[in-house]
Design a protein around this ligand. Structure first.
Ligand code: OXD
Ligand code: MN
Length: 594
């Protein structure tokens, strides 16, 4: 036992009494203990050691074929009153949740070991940070948590006698998808992950705690837990200004967090620093500014599509101390996935462990295969990434994947309008994700699957936090994904997105003008720097100032079509929708109809 904290001891004992493991092992965070666990997991085949010369301290894991992604349909917010979960979450009563726990987890760890993981979200001891205890019967979870969070004895020492921690229990059981449950009980600070071995369901620090439970804590305590990257933009004078950004999946969030500016900017001395790629905990301080901390310590990134061009910094982060899940292992013990390069290995197995022939068109890696990499490996990790006080935000950006409707960038009029812009966020599905192209999925603040309480109350909380602050960040919306009628991207994206960030920061400093439109403030095309921009929309069609101007237009017919979908979504949220946002919608509709 690593602590005298009675609340922790009771929780561990009660969980052991329920699950009946053969033994209980406390994770102290030492390298010796982690190494011993790796050896055990290698012996049982749970992980495979990769080529230690080329990928030192890197390992591979294959998940069950039925257990490869988050399961929104099996994720529950458990509140006494269904209103508190709201119409966008699955609801269960806390009593029923505890019944599920007792029935499905009862006795499920017989013959297994239960590991007790004390972990801190945020730097240990930071005023932003929160502590969790996750119990699990999976070494894979222990090893991943040791990368994604700060684990071990120092966390328990920091907790002292306090009973204020998140109570987490994970049991693989027999991985039965019919009895899979990802349960959050905010009033008791409880998380239960049952019958799953997939990271997003059971690295509890991530979505379950840092977003679902933390959003509830933030509401009570007056701060924001957001699904946002945090990056710093360093200008040639050495000043660094910070931006947080929320994007639904498949919009290049990790790529933006680790962006490399175009050469012309690098030569002048501009640089991007990564503070976090997925989650931001944001508090308002006495100076009226918003300060953000990345509560995680690693990146749980999607592997396919990551390559030396799309994201060299992410790739570099995976070269040491990384766990790869469901990618392809090559003969030399290194790894491969679709989009890494154009040379798929032959004579090896796919992610399922079956012999695989790349020539037959099937995928070698699962589309949601992942790397779990320590953030400290990232070549552009910010020197401030572990600052316990957080970094001050100049801007918040929202974004989505829209073929037509949204322009490249626009700025909201004020905080209230900015919250409205976040509340109408939406993204169109790609062929790769669903088979149906262009289906609009509304995903306000990219939080739809992650908000632990009623979405209407969540919007009201955003309005309150910003209106009470003297110096809130300016709010923008971006869309890197405009297409022409033949389906070519009209904007180069990737490193060139820096040009948009530069405009955003100039707006924050009041250094550049903008056009007021029906939807907010848009750039004058000449104000987005095109120096050194060398992009072909398609063969024979170079990107020009006119192309840029074409994606800086408001097209009322598309917006009016979108407004119908926004009404439907707001109606679904119902009575909890703040009047301020309904007014913003009505005002925008009126401006567009004019
Ligand atoms: C993630 C997600 O894995 O948003 O970060 O699904
Ligand atoms: Mn995410």
């Amino acid at each position: 036992m690593l602590t005298k904290n009675q609340a922790v001891i009771d929780f561990v004992n009660e969980s052991a009494a329920l699950c009946c493991p053969d033994q209980v092992v406390w994770i102290d965070g030492s390298e010796e203990q982690l190494e011993q666990l790796r050896q055990e997991a290698i012996a049982t085949g749970e992980i495979i050691k990769l080529n230690q010369e080329k990928l030192p301290n890197c390992y591979y894991h294959r998940s069950d074929v039925n257990d490869v992604a988050r399961v929104e349909a099996r994720t529950f917010i458990c509140t006494d009153d269904p209103y508190d979960a709201g119409p966008t979450n699955n609801w269960m009563s806390p009593e029923d949740a505890y019944k599920v726990r007792d029935e499905v987890l009862g006795g499920s760890m017989k013959g297994r070991t239960m590991y007790v993981i004390p972990y801190s979200m945020g730097p240990v001891g930071s005023p932003f940070s929160k502590i969790g205890i996750e119990m699990t019967d999976s070494i894979y979870v222990v090893l991943n948590m040791a990368i994604m969070t700060r684990v071990g004895k120092e966390v328990l020492d920091c907790l002292g006698d306090d009973a204020d921690f998140i109570h987490g229990l994970h049991g693989k059981c027999d991985l039965d998808p019919e009895k899979r449950y990802i349960i959050q009980i905010p009033k008791d600070n409880v998380i239960l992950s049952i019958n799953s071995g997939y990271g997003g369901n059971l690295l509890q620090g991530k979505k379950c705690f840092a977003l679902r439970i933390a959003s509830c804590l933030g509401r009570e305590e007056g701060w924001l837990a957001e699904h946002m990257l945090i990056l710093g933009v360093e200008s040639p004078d050495g000043q660094v200004r910070y931006i947080a950004g929320a994007f639904p999946s498949a919009c290049g969030k990790t790529n933006l967090a680790m962006l490399i500016p175009p050469e012309i900017y690098r030569d002048k001395g501009y640089k991007i620093w990564t503070v976090g790629d997925d989650i931001a905990w944001i508090r308002v301080k006495e100076d009226g500014r918003f300060y953000a901390v990345n509560p995680e310590a690693g990146f749980f990134g999607v592997a396919p599509g990551t390559n030396a061009k799309s994201n060299p910094n992410a790739l570099a982060s995976t070269q040491e101390g990384t766990i790869f899940t469901n990618v392809v292992v090559k003969e030399d013990g290194t790894v491969w996935w679709e989009g890494l390069d154009k040379n798929p290995p032959t004579g090896v197995c796919n992610w399922k462990g079956e012999p695989w022939d790349p020539a037959d068109g099937s995928k070698g890696a699962h589309p949601n295969s992942r790397f779990t990499a320590p953030a400290r490996n990232c070549p552009c990790i910010s020197p401030e990434w572990e600052n316990p006080e957080g970094v001050p935000l100049s801007a918040i950006i929202f974004g989505g994947r829209r073929r037509k409707t949204a322009p490249l960038v626009y700025q909201s009029r004020d905080w209230q309008h900015g919250v409205f812009v976040g509340s109408i966020m939406a993204s169109e599905t790609t062929a790769a994700a669903t088979g149906a192209v262009g289906v609009v999925r509304r995903d306000p603040m990219a939080m739809l699957p992650f908000c632990g309480y009623n979405m209407g109350d969540y919007f009201a909380h955003w309005l309150k936090v910003g209106k009470g602050a003297a110096n809130p960040p300016k709010i923008f919306n971006v869309n890197w994904f405009r297409l022409d009628d033949e389906g070519h991207f009209l904007w180069p994206g990737f490193g060139d997105n820096f040009r948009v960030l530069e405009w955003i920061l100039k707006r924050c400093e009041g250094e550049v003008g903008a056009r007021e439109t029906e939807i907010g403030f848009l750039p004058y095309a000449e104000d987005i720097d095109m120096e050194g921009l060398n992009y072909q929309v398609c063969e024979g069609q170079p990107f020009t100032r006119d192309t840029l101007a074409s994606i800086l237009q408001v097209e009322p017919e598309y917006w009016l079509e979108d407004i119908a979908g926004i009404h439907q979504f707001y109606d679904k949220i119902g009575a909890s929708m703040p009047q301020e946002l309904l007014d913003e919608l009505a005002a925008m509709e009126e401006r567009l109809k004019k």
